[in-house]
Design a protein around this ligand. Structure first.
Ligand code: HAM
Length: 436
């Protein structure tokens, strides 16, 4: 009798067995709680998309598009792919489903499987999962900071503490082209020392060489010109403000002038969350993201600045296992937040805005949902947002209050307001919440 074939999962594809399921559940639960606290709406997109969406979106010269897409022709002759990332899909939805017409910023998130035909190894699979958060319609660095704060919170709530955020600015179209020329001539002079792939990259997309993990290319990279020295005034200001916000939030970050990331759409901010003790190793970023101010327009929408990021769930779960995270202790879920009556946090001026980030963090720790719109600076725009939300109370942090360490609490129905010390604001709001 012929021996029957024993089937195996395809290379780079994993079965998620019962003992791992509780980890998946916790990751999903914490994502949902973060989405709830920071006001992101969930969208689920199809796994198969038109190939062109990623060729134009992710970028024709990226490794993902050049080497890693699962692409095929359908019986009807359409060229389709199993999605390799979420960002172009969410941009497509943003344009196609009329989200462009909604008040800005529009904040969306998603979670699910993705496919990249990579060489499988620990932390790198052909089918893997991400959670992904995106903010459309705000060009200010406040949204970049909020995005980073959300991810930091997410990891902390999953019991992961020992990580570092690498940040950089890769400028806009204008300042980057000057830098690219400088980089190209430096790399040409050092061509002999580069790997075969980078010799090709050097011609088509020199920035990609900075992203190569080959040791010899890493050595060349260490001497390469730094993009941060070529930023135009606007990009420089944007970057400095972001760094100011990150400092205010006390987040563990380092500036890495060579961080470029392997996707073509980024402008200005790029960031990665890396486990502190694995910084030098390959394939270790838990979360990666950045700003992409041209992509919506390039995919056929109105010019819309945007920023976002995504985390690799398999890598995060591996990290949780290594660190022996106690799953029982992860208790954060959206229904644990106090949210009624509705409180809106309003800021006026630079100092107040910076302080706003630590306040948001304090409210989150106290599990109180406080709404805000750090994307807007003008009082009128923020008040409009507060009234659209039907806020019962507003907390007003002006320049004067921020300097004095106070804040105004205003009852929106009676118009009565009182000044309270900033240190006591969380407990005051908690009292109001509990009274109702
Ligand atoms: P990415 O850096 O390609 O960015 O992926 C984000 C995260 O997904 C990585 O940091 C890693 O944890 C995980 N990941 C990527 N590839 C694999 C793999 N083959 N196996 C396991 N995990 C993997 C993006 O995908 C962008 N769309 C992020 C973004 C959103 N930027 C702006 N908005």
């Amino acid at each position: 009798m012929p021996r029957k074939k024993k089937f195996k999962a395809l290379s780079g594809m994993r079965d998620i067995m019962p003992d791992e399921q509780p980890f998946w559940k916790k990751v999903e639960m914490v994502c949902e709680a973060m989405a709830f606290f920071y006001d992101f709406k969930k969208i689920t997109t199809p796994i198969i998309e038109e190939e062109d969406l990623f060729v134009k979106g992710t970028g024709a010269t990226t490794d993902i598009v050049e080497k890693q897409m699962y692409s095929f022709k359908t019986k009807g002759g359409e060229k389709v792919v199993l999605r390799p990332e979420f960002t172009p899909s969410l941009v497509r939805v943003y344009i196609e489903k009329g989200l462009e017409g909604q008040p800005k910023p529009v904040k969306v998130w998603t979670l699910g499987p993705l496919f990249r035909y990579e060489r499988p190894q620990k932390g790198r699979y052909r089918q893997f999962h991400q959670f992904d958060f995106e903010i459309f319609g705000d060009k200010s660095p406040a949204s970049d900071a909020l995005m980073i704060q959300l991810f930091a919170n997410l990891l902390e709530n999953l019991g992961l503490k020992n990580w570092e955020i690498e940040v950089n600015s890769i400028g806009c179209k204008e300042c980057r082209s000057g830098y690219k020329r400088k980089l190209k001539s430096f790399l040409k002079a050092n061509q002999r020392k580069l790997c075969a792939d980078c010799k090709k990259r050097l011609q088509k997309n020199p920035l990609r060489v900075l992203d190569c993990k080959e040791e010899k290319c890493q050595r060349v990279k260490k001497l390469a010109p730094k993009i941060t020295e070529y930023l135009c005034e606007e990009c420089q200001k944007h970057y400095e403000k972001l760094i100011g916000y990150l400092k205010e939030m006390n987040l563990p970050f380092v500036e890495n002038p060579y961080l470029v990331r392997g996707l073509d759409y980024y402008t200005r901010t790029v960031f990665e969350f890396v486990p502190a003790e694995k910084k030098e190793k390959r394939q270790t970023a838990l979360i990666g993201g950045g700003r992409y101010d041209y992509l919506v327009e390039e995919l056929g929408g109105k010019a819309t600045p945007a920023v976002g990021g995504a985390g690799g769930i398999e890598r995060i779960i591996e990290e949780m296992k290594e660190k022996k995270v106690n799953l029982v202790k992860i208790q954060i879920s959206e229904d644990k937040f106090l949210e009624k009556p509705k409180v809106f946090l309003l800021h006026l001026g630079d100092l107040a805005k910076r302080k706003c980030f630590s306040l948001i963090e304090e409210f989150k720790k106290a599990k109180i949902k406080v709404r805000q719109n750090v994307a807007k600076d003008r009082l009128k725009a923020q008040l409009k947002w507060a009234s659209r939300l039907n806020a019962d109370y507003t907390l007003i942090l002006g320049e004067k209050e921020a300097k004095e360490g106070t804040i105004i609490l205003r009852d929106m129905k009676t118009g009565i307001q009182k000044i309270i010390p900033l240190k006591k604001v969380v407990s005051e709001v908690k009292k109001i919440m509990k009274k109702r």
